[in-house]
Ligand binder design. Structure first.
Ligand SMILES: [Zn+2]
Length: 168
């Protein structure tokens, strides 16, 4: 199975793929671990990376005091606080969202991944919406100097819901 994955589905998360095609049991008691490797192999690769404005992301995090705009948490590290700048409309292809304040949120890592994977969306009146439970989680935390683009919010929500549709 792994060989098949390596041959035909390079770059695809194997767990996600196997789950998507129903080959992985969701019962945790049945999960067994392979041996892993004491010395993981390395592979050299060349990638195209977008150059993002990290100064802008830092400003947005500062505006919100590193509090997550969805859940309000602020992670404290020994040398300060931690939050992530999250693009609403993804900047990569095929979405090509802008690296502008209205398209960036300050989020905790958990809410960032949930938002990126479409488990969390925003309503047009800027409430966080849980796409898994179908319930509103609460109001997005806002700052007067940081306006959020409703256009990008709607784009993100529609893209998330399209991706959640069964493909067959
Ligand atoms: Zn959060």
């Amino acid at each position: 199975m792994l060989r098949l994955l390596e041959k035909y589905f390079q770059g695809v998360d194997p767990d996600e793929l196997l789950t998507a095609v129903g080959l992985v049991s969701t019962s945790e008691a049945e999960v067994s671990l392979n041996d892993g490797s004491p010395a993981p192999r390395r592979r050299q690769s060349t990638t195209m990376r977008l150059i993002r404005d990290s100064a802008l992301a830092q400003q947005i995090k500062d505006v919100h005091g590193h509090h997550c705009q969805i859940c309000g948490v602020r992670l404290r590290l020994p040398n300060g606080s931690y939050a992530e700048g999250a693009h609403i409309r993804p900047v990569g292809q095929p979405h090509n969202g802008p690296d502008e304040p209205g398209n960036i949120l300050c989020l905790c890592p958990n809410d960032h991944i949930l938002f990126d994977r479409g488990a969390l969306t925003l309503t047009d009146d800027l409430q966080a919406f849980d796409e898994v439970t179908g319930q509103v989680k609460g109001d997005l935390r806002l700052a007067p100097q940081h306006m959020i683009s409703i256009t990008h919010v709607a784009y993100h929500r529609e893209t998330a819901r399209q991706a959640a549709q069964p493909t067959h």
